[in-house]
Write a protein that binds this ligand. Structure first.
Ligand code: SF4
Length: 298
């Protein structure tokens, strides 16, 4: 533990949502942004987002379209809609004060077990084990010899291990130190074991083979993952909303076929169900910028 602390004191990542004094709203925004996005992509968007919506109340008052536009660069735009709903509920139910217990946080939109624990640990300094992908990887490798860089212990086992190791009164630095170690040294591929403060204790130090090749199973259209199509469509609407579905098809495909049109309409129905667009007849818009009734919402 002393070695890890000493390493963390000189190597910790200077992330904007970690600045003291901690702002629970900043921690919440960061944790939602980080749910499916890497830190280096989140940092610039986070800075812009909290400059535009500096408080929970300011976010709760914002039009949905403005929040989706401010989310640009992160993808998975449904998170933006959930974050806005979350801010609105915190203002309505708790007078703008962020709940500081995981059970209450988990009742809010877009907040699962992980995000609730992370907000409590990082915003309020609670001694709660926070197991993200980095912590999962570090603890798996330190405790049990892993044959390849892709091997991990089962999540429940790592959760129990993390809880048992958590130093009383030091949950925040401990969680952050393991996360930073996993990000900077104990990387998914080619970990830097020779530089690692845990190497003398680590069961996998310098012994893991590279991972076997894996095939991706993500849904695609024309060879491009669906999540990228979703992101492209939202980017088109950020430039102009509302606009004709046919215009969107032209922007996406240049010369769209009948199959492309059918596929685009199916994609729009999915985005509408997720609350990211409103489709009115042959027009599509970011929520709050539509101007007519009759939609694909289901
Ligand atoms: S010694 Fe290597 S495998 Fe073990 S924790 Fe450090 S970087 Fe990871």
């Amino acid at each position: 533990m002393r070695r890890l602390r000493a390493w963390f004191d000189t190597n910790r990542r200077d992330l904007p949502w970690r600045r003291e004094p901690r702002d629970p709203y900043h921690v919440l925004v960061a944790e939602v942004m980080l749910q499916q996005t890497q830190v280096w992509r989140v940092e610039p968007v986070f800075e812009r987002f909290v400059a535009q919506f500096p408080t929970l109340e300011a976010l709760a008052r914002a039009p949905q379209a403005a929040v989706i536009i401010a989310w640009q660069g992160l993808g998975y735009n449904r998170r933006a809609v959930n974050l806005l709903r979350c801010a609105t509920l915190i203002v309505e139910r708790y007078g703008g004060f962020m709940p500081d217990d995981p059970q209450t946080l988990r009742t809010l939109p877009g907040i699962g077990d992980y995000t609730a624990s992370a907000v409590c640990a990082f915003a309020f300094g609670k001694d709660i084990a926070v197991v993200d992908v980095n912590v999962h990887r570090v603890l798996s490798r330190v405790w049990v010899p892993q044959a390849t860089e892709a091997d991990l212990l089962p999540r429940q086992q790592v959760q129990a291990l993390a809880r048992s190791l958590l130093p009383r009164g030091g949950g925040r630095w401990w969680n952050e130190a393991l996360m930073d170690l996993g990000s900077l040294l104990c990387r998914r591929r080619q970990p830097r074991c020779t530089d690692c403060p845990l190497r003398v204790r680590c069961a996998s130090a310098g012994t893991m083979a590279p991972p076997p090749q894996q095939r991706r199973t993500e849904p695609t259209y024309r060879g491009i993952p669906r999540r990228l199509w979703r992101g492209r469509l939202i980017a088109i609407l950020r430039q102009q909303s509302p606009r004709l579905v046919a215009d969107c098809a032209d922007a996406l495909f240049a010369t769209p076929t009948a199959g492309d049109q059918r596929w685009l309409h199916a994609l729009l129905r999915q985005l509408a169900r997720d609350g990211l667009v409103v489709v009115t007849g042959e027009t599509v818009a970011l929520p709050g910028t539509e101007f007519a009734v009759g939609t694909y919402r289901q």
